[in-house]
Ligand binder design. Structure first.
Ligand SMILES: Nc1ncnc2c1ncn2[C@@H]1O[C@H](COP(=O)(O)OP(=O)(O)OP(=O)(O)O)[C@@H](O)[C@H]1O
Ligand SMILES: [Mg+2]
Length: 487
């Protein structure tokens, strides 16, 4: 176990870390911080929820000269929500050193960002599209950048983003330090990464599996038409505190959110077509527990750290194993327990096996619950509420009425009636969910074929024909120019 105090950090950074409540460094932090502090380029790979943000945040903050009011650290992240979250974490790490951190992302008033830029931030966290926008307007100068981080590096170096990244990097000094972090790093992407780095050192936290051990992983075999009823019943049986349901497309997410509400769940959807204000408000409500179920496209799959997510449901099996790893990684963070259920149609079983091969972890089959099991789950929840109320001794005002009712009814009758009132009975109200086409049958033996998903029908990622196995980067780029819009 490495303590932060063993890592030769400055007193101000140690003070900030203490304020954040961290004592021991996680393995990826212990492994990468010393190497990064030496000034080396680093590729850091470790499972989801293991503190990679602080792992790159600490060395970046350590290197900042706060007396110089210019941008010395640049962090690029794939989504707006992640950019905001990472900037908040960096603000905390740099708090006692008085490091100024600014996030810039699409959907936010650019004039406001320009004004903030004039205050001389030391660290900028941004999404590629908006960063380029500022570079082109000459409102962002990067010639003093000493440390560059690509969070979710494999995603950032994927086809849809790579051109933007290359354009941004043209504005960053060549002799900067480059740090790349992700929970996944497919071989071909690692090769691309090396082109952007100088003699990088790879630090990967070795573990048997790619996913964290405290996420229980299940799969549920169901026909497309049955999936929504299965989801409703699972929600009833498992009664998650906070759950994320991932759907393949934006339309899917909208329909699922609507349908869940019809069946009495507090659910809202989030995807790239919503306004930024809406996206933020949905996420805030979810974090505050004002909604129980967040329905999302992969826009919420990477990096988001929402404490208390107990369950992840893959309503549609993800198209590539990396996406699976990141989606289920929204639960089981920082050592907490989590549960992940992946729905798979009989025709998509091949995809499940490929996910398992990549993660090196078998998913346990789970039978879809029956109506009775769903009812029992909800009754149990009602019962827990009753027991909790007894424990909290909040009964004074109710004792007299309780005595009165007991004169004419048995205790079982009374409790059963109370349970009935408190129980949300399984709801079979018909809902409309447009059927998704199953993922294309996997033809080749090569597992990389898996990535050639057909994303027709309004993909959340707005790109198609994703493939890592093209031999030349140039070819990849030409074939996929600007396929990826910032989401
Ligand atoms: N040393 C530490 N001790 C305790 N908690 C920590 C420590 N470092 C980070 N955390 C907490 O762990 C959680 C996950 O951290 P973080 O979001 O950086 O994970 P990640 O590895 O980037 O995950 P992902 O791959 O999903 O992006 C956060 O809530 C963070 O505050
Ligand atoms: Mg992260």
């Amino acid at each position: 176990m490495t303590k932060f105090s063993d890592l030769e950090l400055s007193p101000s950074t140690l003070k900030s870390i203490k304020r954040m409540g961290f004592e021991e460094a996680t393995p990826i932090q212990a492994g990468t911080i010393p190497v990064s502090l030496e000034g080396k380029d680093v590729i850091g790979q470790a499972q989801t929820g293991t503190g990679k943000t602080t792992a790159f945040g600490i060395p970046m903050v350590e290197k900042i000269n706060v007396k110089e009011p210019n941008v010395q650290g640049l962090i690029i992240a794939p989504t707006r929500e992640l950019a905001i979250q990472v900037s908040e974490e960096l603000y905390k790490v740099g708090y006692d050193k008085h490091v100024r951190v600014l996030s810039v992302y699409g959907g936010q008033d650019i004039q406001r960002q320009i004004r903030a830029m004039k205050k001389g931030p030391h660290i900028i966290v941004g999404t590629p599209g908006r960063l380029l926008d500022h570079i082109n307007r000459r409102t962002l100068k990067l010639q003093n950048v000493q440390t560059l981080v690509l969070d979710e590096a494999d995603e950032m170096l994927n086809m849809g983003f790579i051109e933007d990244i290359e354009s941004i990097l043209k504005n960053v000094p060549e002799n900067r330090q480059t740090l790349l972090f992700s929970a996944t790093m497919p071989g071909p992407i690692r090769k691309i990464a090396e082109n952007f780095m100088t003699d990088p050192e790879t630090v990967s936290v070795k573990s048997k599996e790619m996913t964290v051990p405290h996420i229980e992983q299940y799969f549920v075999k169901a026909h497309e038409k049955e999936k929504f009823d299965v989801l409703s019943r699972l929600l009833d049986v498992q009664s998650p505190e906070l759950a994320i349901v991932f759907g393949r497309t934006k339309r899917r997410v909208d329909e699922l959110a609507r349908a869940l509400n019809i069946r009495g769940y507090l659910a809202e959807g989030i995807h790239g077509d919503l306004s930024q204000a809406r996206r933020m408000s949905v996420l805030r409500k979810f974090k505050e527990g004002r909604i129980d179920v967040l329905v999302a496209t992969d826009v919420a799959a990477r990096g988001l750290d929402i404490s208390g997510v107990t369950h992840v449901y893959n309503f549609d099996i993800p198209q590539d194993p990396e996406s699976y790893v990141h989606r289920i990684g929204r639960t089981g963070r920082a050592g907490k327990e989590g549960m992940a259920m992946t729905f798979v149609t009989p025709r998509e079983m091949n995809y499940l096996r490929i996910v398992e091969q990549t993660t090196k972890k078998r998913m346990t089959p789970m039978k879809p619950p029956s109506r009775n099991e769903a009812l029992e789950g909800q009754q149990r929840l009602a019962m827990e509420k009753i027991v909790e109320t007894i424990k909290n001794n909040e009964l004074q005002d109710y004792q007299a009425m309780a005595k009165e009712i007991m004169e004419s009814h048995t205790p079982e009758q009374v409790v059963a009636a109370a349970l009935r009132i408190l129980t949300k009975e399984p709801d079979n109200t018909p809902v409309e969910i447009t059927e998704e086409r199953p993922l294309p049958q996997k033809r080749g033996r090569d597992k990389r074929d898996f990535r050639r998903g057909d994303k027709k029908g309004g993909s959340s990622r707005g790109r198609s024909g994703r493939s890592y196995n093209s031999s030349s980067r140039g070819k990849q780029q030409r074939g996929n120019r600007r396929t990826r819009k910032e989401s």
